[in-house]
Write a protein that binds this ligand. Structure first.
Ligand code: NDP
Length: 485
């Protein structure tokens, strides 16, 4: 890998940097995966020196990194790469300090861990200060816009200074081992891939449940809601990974082109079907892990007692193409759910003719792709129950592809470690293209318009449950049920 790389982290004193970015970079260094000459500059507007910044980074890493992963020698090496540059991102003149730090003919990666409203102006200031050349890359965190128009605006402004092949849009779900494994599972296993369509699959469920609530971000979240925060990016990316056709190769362009086709084939949820295919929810007070928690409107920082922002969404979506015609994709995501879980569950169809005893008639194979907790893949199969009393009845057995057990590693790499590596390699296969972002906003905008049109209000659900009862009805009226609820 090219080691002549400088990494510039905008927002180096923010939450994402502290919890994810610096820990990921430290882990890469510890694993020997950061080239010797890689340099890292943290940028923020706090008036601190480089040595103070390094000390604060040290304190933070000691808190965030597990004891077993702490290696003093690795930290010493890592700390020598770090510099702090004080920059107010809205001040063009401040970027000259950054220019002074850059060295010619090195690849610079600008990582935007800042409010998204700054992506455009930072790009402009970088260019004006002479910090952008054909080697420079920019990494954009989600969200990119809050609808199709605003995402186009961000993409166009950033695109004036960086070519598409140098723009890396993060959806950190794509950095997860299980999501990449989904490609291996589908495209390296003929027996799986040959059964991957509407002749064999009954339906797909994608669930992303969080136990946490708004975490002090009320005023931000209230303008966004769960559809924009989770469905537009993470859940639709997972749906693409499940549904896309085999790409011609593992090249980024080929993979991304297949994902765009799925997003464009998503059947609109509009004013005609919105009441039937979507549910919005908002949590009220309830119990999490035996502790009482307040409702959304009573959260710290709440600015309204009649907000209708959704903290939960359940959808039934269809993909209008040859492979998936008629197969429902049930998507569900919410805050203050009963459990923290992210999973994709593929349920296979019944056999065309039942020969086993009646009590086994509901036996359906299920493939469970779990992103958290315990990343892994399980295949539920049936075999003969070992018993002399019964003639031939079935027993469910689970084939478990537990990564943690089989990898021989003491930990599974965090998504951000993989994503940093790919940006440094210059490989965009785990990043979202402009076309994907815009296609997913187009679909979400139609749904949001339909909610407004049809005045679809949120339904209340108690914190610590799986959402409003209407979400159960959404799937149960089709004779199915949510996995694990
Ligand atoms: P924070 O608000 O914690 O951090 C943003 C940082 O940007 C702050 O340190 C802030 O500095 C700095 N900043 C803002 N304006 C300026 C300015 N004009 N000049 C200099 N510094 C400035 O946000 P997060 O770290 O949570 O999020 C960063 C990005 O990552 C956002 O786009 C977010 O949507 C995205 N993201 C975050 C996730 C997370 O888990 N935190 C998850 C997924 C995406 P100051 O403190 O001085 O205001």
């Amino acid at each position: 890998m090219n080691s002549n790389i400088d990494l510039v982290l905008f927002g180096a004193r923010g939450d994402l940097s502290a919890r994810k970015l610096f820990p990921a970079l430290y882990q890469l260094d510890r694993a020997g995966l950061l080239g010797d000459s890689v340099r890292i500059a943290g940028l923020a507007r706090e008036a601190i020196s480089s040595s103070e910044f390094i000390e604060k980074t040290h304190e933070n890493l000691k808190k965030v990194v597990s004891k077993s992963a702490w290696d003093e020698a690795a930290w010493q090496r890592f700390s020598r790469r770090l510099t702090y540059i004080k920059v107010d991102f809205s001040q063009k003149k401040d970027f000259l300090a950054l220019k002074g730090w850059l060295v010619e003919k090195r690849t610079v990666i600008y990582y935007m861990a800042t409010p998204p409203s700054l992506y455009g102006s930072i790009s402009k200031h970088l260019d004006a200060a002479g910090c952008v050349d054909s080697l420079s890359r920019i990494v954009l965190e989600k969200p990119i816009g809050h609808d199709l128009k605003s995402s186009r605006d961000v993409n166009s402004t950033v695109g004036e200074f960086f070519s598409e092949r140098n723009i890396y849009r993060i959806d950190h779900y794509l950095g997860k081992e299980t999501v990449q494994n989904l490609m291996a599972l589908r495209f390296a296993n003929r027996m799986i891939n040959s059964q991957w369509d509407n002749t064999c699959i009954d339906h797909v469920q994608i669930t992303a449940g969080e136990i946490v609530g708004i975490e002090g971000r009320w005023s931000y979240y209230d303008k966004v809601g769960q559809l924009r925060d989770m469905i537009q990016n993470h859940l639709l990316q997972l749906l693409c990974m499940v549904a896309m056709e085999p790409p011609n190769s593992l090249q980024a362009d080929e993979i991304r082109a297949e994902k765009v086709k799925i997003l464009r084939a998503l059947s609109p949820i509009d004013r005609d079907n919105v009441l039937d295919q979507s549910v919005r929810g908002q949590y009220s007070a309830g119990w999490i892990d035996g502790q009482p928690v307040v409702g959304y409107m009573e959260e710290q920082g709440s600015e309204s007692n009649n907000s209708d922002t959704e903290t939960f969404v359940a959808l039934k979506a269809y993909i209008d193409n040859w492979r998936w015609a008629g197969v429902p994709f049930y998507l569900r995501t919410g805050k203050r759910m009963k459990a923290k879980v992210t999973e994709v569950v593929i349920t296979y169809k019944d056999h065309p003719h039942a020969i086993f005893p009646d009590k086994d008639s509901g036996a359906k194979n299920r493939l469970i792709i779990r992103l958290q907790p315990n990343e892994g893949i399980e295949l539920e199969m049936f075999s003969k129950k070992q018993s002399l009393k019964e003639r031939l009845s079935l027993e469910k057995r689970t084939l478990n592809l537990d990564f943690f057990d089989s990898s021989g590693e003491s930990r599974i790499a965090d998504a951000y470690e993989r994503l940093f590596l790919e940006v440094m390699k210059g490989d965009q296969w785990l990043f979202v293209s402009r076309e994907e972002i815009e296609a997913s906003w187009r679909w979400c905008d139609t749904l949001i318009d339909a909610w407004t049109d049809k005045k679809v209000a949120t339904k209340s659900y108690g914190a610590g449950t799986w959402g409003p009862s209407k979400a159960d009805m959404l799937i149960e009226k089709d004779g199915r049920s949510w996995h694990g609820s």
